[in-house]
Design a protein around this ligand. Structure first.
Ligand code: TNX
Length: 543
């Protein structure tokens, strides 16, 4: 009997003496400061989570539910500190926004933060310190749920760390959007920009204008057969391909985002990329053309909102009222890209507007359009974001610029003292190929492998420190012309989003491709457990 006791003791203490080295710590994005010590903390059946508020309780429950599935037991939540083996949260108002400190001892773990985001990120880091099998939906045996004794002090380099999903070119439902929110939070990304309006579909219910979704959300085919909006009109009488999110869906998505520190920013495109709206209400365009919802995009698309009719602005203000009631974000994105102004040049309403407002040309008319909308948005206490074309003809006074045609627009906006979000096509376009074209599914073009995303830096060397301060962060964009399914969408997003998260979160001096490409392997295993259809090819090639 004594022998058995000795054997058991030796066996169990050996197991717990697993020695962690730096290489075993495979957190993405890489924490700002980490110091590893000897020993481990072991999660056990009777581990307690000590919480002080409902948010801490909710995020603890999320980790506990992983334990329940993977280990079979369920750690408890309590309000009082037990004698041993617990995880506790402490508030420290001197820490920065979203920052956290994680102190792992042999007996207990402390997560220190100022805000919800910090506490959440502390737990996300614990999740990534745990064996990858913590992601398993089925019980796994022979796993010790240990993490190393370690001290981590972590905070984001940029406050804006985003992903844009294009819901217009193909529709993606609320379930997929919520899954994407989980995956963003896992990487400490904090913005999901929803592109809700484009030529190929209007995706947000607007109660005052029901035809926007009755007509504008549906096109005739999934394939890109009816590219031309004017030709699509008859075919589209029976449009059945598409869909939209109700206001309830969107409120639910917003609330879900709040539990994961992911802010949802809506984009309501104007004045172009709006065939779907004009198909529903032809009078929104200069010449009241009857068009249909196209399945692709014949360029240029000339039917855009009329900038001369006051009724256009009344419509947009009504739409924005409903949008602002759904999304608490301080930002509203109004698009502004790629407006072909052919119609404005001959439209009597537009020409009259140019005259009465003392404008020089149609570029200044677009600037007038955006400034007028900005005034309205500002009057409701919100801020406007637009694609970099909003610089043309003069930037609206408070606008934030999203720079997509390279970084030039962002540089110019920062010189003018405006805030900037960098999202240059060269590094941030996830609709581009990520591996050799002959091995990849059809994509729009471009070549942006994982390593190229990893090279991204939102701050351009030529910027002065003052200008650099205006760079809020960066964003990956997934345009969906060639992406009809969620599995394909996942394929384009992952693992490139992991690279993006590190460029936006971690200190620049810690960035190291070899180190990242070794850590990503652990993330692949997590994605395997989570059923994320990530691209393996992206890993194999370098730019
Ligand atoms: C340009 S980026 C667009 C989108 C397309 C994308 C395809 C931007 C503001 N406009 O409408 O989907 O290229 O890569």
């Amino acid at each position: 009997q004594i022998l058995v006791v000795i054997a058991v003791t030796v066996f169990s203490s050996c197991a717990k003496q697993k020695v962690f080295t730096e290489k075993d710590i495979q957190i993405i994005p890489k924490p700002a400061e980490l110091s590893l010590s000897e020993g481990v903390f072991e999660f056990l059946e009777n581990t307690k989570f000590v919480v002080a508020d409902d948010f801490q309780k909710e995020i603890s429950k999320a980790l506990i539910s992983k334990f329940k599935k993977a280990s079979g037991w369920e750690p408890q939540i309590t309000n009082t500190v037990p004698n041993s083996n617990y995880v506790q949260f402490t508030k420290d108002d001197t820490l920065k926004d979203e920052a956290y400190q994680l102190t792992v001892n042999k007996d207990n773990i402390t997560i220190t933060a100022k805000d919800h985001a910090g506490f959440l990120y502390g737990l996300e880091t614990i999740r990534q310190l745990l064996p990858v099998a913590i992601e398993s939906n089925d019980k796994v045996s022979n796993t010790e749920w240990i993490i190393p004794v370690v001290t981590i002090k972590d905070q984001p380099r940029f406050q804006y760390r985003g992903l844009m999903l294009d819901l217009s070119r193909h529709f993606f439902n609320a379930d997929y959007i919520k899954k994407t929110i989980d995956r963003l939070a896992m990487l400490k990304m904090n913005v999901l920009h929803l592109h809700l309006v484009d030529d190929q579909g209007w995706r947000i219910e607007i109660k005052k204008y029901p035809k926007l979704t009755e007509v504008g959300a549906w096109r005739v085919d999934q394939e890109n057969k009816h590219w031309n909006a004017r030709e699509a009109v008859d075919a589209n009488q029976k449009g059945t391909y598409g869909g939209f999110l109700t206001q309830e869906d969107l409120k639910d998505i917003v609330a879900y985002g709040q539990t994961k520190n992911v802010e949802i920013i809506p984009e309501i495109e104007m004045p172009a990329h709006v065939s779907s709206a004009i198909a529903a209400y032809p009078e929104l365009s200069c010449f009241n053309h009857r068009i249909g919802v196209p399945s692709g995009g014949v360029w240029p698309i000339t039917d855009i909102y009329c900038a001369g009719k006051d009724s256009t602005f009344k419509f947009l203000e009504d739409v924005l009222d409903e949008v602002m009631a759904i999304f608490p974000s301080k930002y509203i994105h109004i698009g502004g890209d790629e407006a072909t102004k052919t119609n404005w040049k001959t439209c009597p309403y537009c020409q009259k507007r140019i005259k009465t407002e003392g404008l020089k040309n149609v570029e200044e008319l677009q600037s007038y359009f955006v400034k007028r909308i900005e005034k309205y948005i500002n009057s409701k206490g919100k801020k406007l974001i637009g694609w970099d074309e909003i610089l043309e003809g003069g930037l609206a006074p408070e606008a934030t610029v999203m720079s997509w045609r390279g970084t030039a627009g962002g540089i110019e906006a920062s010189e003018q003292g405006h805030d900037v979000i960098m999202t240059p096509g060269t590094h941030c376009y996830f609709d581009h190929y990520q591996g050799p074209q002959n091995e990849e599914p059809l994509a729009i073009g471009g070549y942006t492998p994982l390593s190229k995303v990893y090279e991204f830096d939102p701050v351009v060397d030529s910027m002065s420190p003052e200008e650099a301060k205006h760079v809020l962060g960066g964003q990956a964009n997934l345009w969906a012309e060639y992406i009809p399914t969620t599995t394909h969408s996942e394929y384009m997003i992952f693992p490139r989003l992991a690279a993006m998260s590190e460029t936006l979160w971690s200190p620049k001096e810690l960035r190291n491709w070899d180190d990242f490409s070794s850590r990503i392997k652990s993330m692949f295993k997590r994605y395997d457990y989570l059923g994320v259809n990530y691209a393996k090819s992206a890993y194999l090639v370098t730019a």
